[in-house]
Each structure stands twice: as C-alpha cells, then as structure tokens.
Design a protein around this ligand. Structure first.
Ligand code: FMN
Length: 299
C-alpha cells in the first residue's frame, strides 16, 4: 500500500537536498507519495558567508534561539513517515532546523509518527543529533532511524576545505590541491541503499531492527577521536555562547571565539588526544563502546 512521506529540511548549498533526493528515490520508485518541503528562513543567512556573519550565529545555534521562517504549507495532517534533514552548526542543530522543529504544524505531524533523521555534516554531528533526539522525544515523535553523512577526510583538512566552500560558495577543490569539501558524491549516491532499507520497514508496521541494519550498512558511524573532541568542545561552546549572548558589544568576543576555535582544533586537540590515547583510552574500552552505541542508536 502506498504510504505518505514528508521530507522536511533546510539547506544552503543544496548538499542536503542532493542527499535527500538520493535517499528518497527508492520511496518514489515504490509508488509512495513523497512530499518534499524545503524550508527557507525569513531573513536568509549569506551564502557564501563572510567571517563576521559566520561566527555571529554561534550563540543562537548553541542556545537554541529560533528564527522566523518563510511561511510553508504541509499538505497532510498525518504522515506514515517523516524524514528530517538537518545540519550541525557549531555542534548544535542549525538555527533553521531548530526553528522548523519549533513550528506548531511540524510538531503536530511529528506526534506519534515514525521519524528518520539524516544529516550532511563536516564531521561533528553527535551533539546536534543528541539534541535533535531530545526535541523529537519532547514532541512525542518515534525516532526509528538516524543517518549521518560526513566528510571522511582528516579533521584538519575538512576544517580548511569547509571554510573554502562556505566562504567561496563553491564546493570545489581549493587551489586544485585540497580535496572536495563536505560529503563525497559517492557517499551521497550511497544513501539510495539506506533508502531501500527504510523502504523495507515502511511496508510493515514494526520498525525494530531498522537502525541495526543502517549501522551495518555504515549509514552512521561514530569515530572515537571526533566523539572525544566534540564531547569537550560542546561544553566549552556553551560557556562561550552564554557569555557572548549577554554582551552588548559582541564583535570582539566573537573574534576571540574564532581564535579560540583555531587554537583548540589545531593545537590543544592533538595534545589532549595524545594524552587520552596513552593514559585513559586503553582503560575505557567498555565505556567507549557504550557511548558509540548510544550515539549511533535511536534511543
Ligand atoms: C555556521 C556553520 C557552522 C557549522 N558547524 C558545523 C559543525 O559544528 N559540525 C559539522 O560537522 N559541520 C558544521 N557545519 C557544516 C554543516 O553542517 C553542513 O555540512 C554545511 O553547511 C552544508 O550544509 P547545507 O546542506 O545546508 O549547505 C557548519 C556550517 C555552517 C554554515
């Protein structure tokens, strides 16, 4: 029987739309009704970004301050599945996605409805995902699948290349030397396989086992080093965000945050990771395994 599926998302560059088109192709092929809603914000963020605007959104991302959205319409009151496309901004759900999840019409369709989330990130999506899980739980939605696509290059490389992409507006190779930023074309195409897996469950009523299959397919994979850095950074970002949000003159503080970020990533993180690798990680394998299960799971 044909099912009704809502795909709701925000994207700046179109990467997330590309991911969702590939992911949902099997649902369309199977004859389901797939309603895609690309949400826009009332006062859009610049793309390409400039440095000032980019860092200025940090406090609102971290503190979950929503923004006004352009009006959008959902065709149905109830769907068999909602697919939420989201992106992480400063280790948090992006402001537009947070605003989508705040919308009364979206909250209404989420209630008692199976949801699959899918992100296209640089490589630090865990904290944002954990916060989205909480928002979905509060909305009485039933999270049945969670997919995370990210840039597989080294953390330093993906940091450099994403800035080239975000500040030039082109998902291209900087100087012809650096790799293409963001989620690779191959990984984007592969989401059709994850879509086929979800389609299998869509025909039944029991979603148990879907996430395990997605994990098996590597639709979501937690990398220890990134998980470690993110767990520390998300706490520190919250401190920065709370301080900066209270300041009348924010510019100097945002510049300080920018330099903190560079020092934290390129100098502090490698040192802390090395200390952890020698003194802590070898004795914490049970805890690390549990954390990985938590972050790649749907509970
Ligand atoms: C302001 C801003 C902050 C970002 N912060 C993160 C982050 O903390 N972690 C991450 O993995 N990616 C981060 N990204 C990358 C996005 O998650 C996403 O991959 C990229 O913006 C492309 O998404 P799009 O489909 O909206 O164009 C950030 C991007 C922007 C614009």
């Amino acid at each position: 029987m044909s099912k009704k599926i809502l795909v709701i998302y925000y994207t700046q560059s179109g990467q997330l739309e590309d991911i969702l088109n590939n992911f949902t192709a099997p649902f369309v092929e199977a004859g389901n009704t797939v309603e895609k809603v690309r949400v826009h914000v009332a006062k859009d963020y610049p793309f390409p970004w400039n440095g000032k605007a980019f860092f200025a959104v940090m406090p609102d991302c971290v503190l979950s301050v929503p923004t006004e959205l352009k009006p959008f319409q959902l065709k149905e009151n109830k769907y068999d599945l909602v697919i939420l496309g989201y992106q992480a901004w400063f280790l948090s759900p992006s402001i537009p996605v947070n605003s989508i999840l705040n919308d009364p019409a979206v909250k209404a369709v989420l209630k008692d409805t199976p949801v699959v989330t899918i992100t296209g990130a640089r490589n630090m999506w865990i904290s944002a995902m954990q916060r989205i899980k909480k928002i979905l739980k509060d909305a009485d939605a039933k999270l049945v699948g969670s997919i995370a696509l990210f840039d597989k290059h080294h953390n330093f490389i993906s940091f450099i290349t994403i800035f080239y992409w975000m500040f030039k507006g082109k998902k291209g190779r900087w100087l012809g030397i650096f790799p293409t930023p963001g989620v690779s074309d191959a990984d984007i195409k592969k989401t059709a396989d994850y879509g086929r897996t979800v389609q299998k469950y869509l025909t039944g009523t029991n979603w148990d086992g879907l996430q395990d299959e997605l994990i098996e397919q590597k639709a979501i994979e937690v990398k220890y080093n990134l998980m470690f850095i993110e767990s520390k950074a998300s706490k520190i970002f919250a401190i920065w965000a709370n301080i900066i949000a209270k300041k009348k003159k924010k510019t100097a503080w945002l510049v300080a945050f920018k330099y903190y970020l560079l020092i934290a990533l390129f100098i502090a993180a490698p040192i802390i990771l090395t200390v952890d690798f020698i003194f802590f990680k070898p004795f914490l394998s049970g805890r690390i395994k549990k954390q990985k299960q938590l972050y790649s799971g749907v509970h």
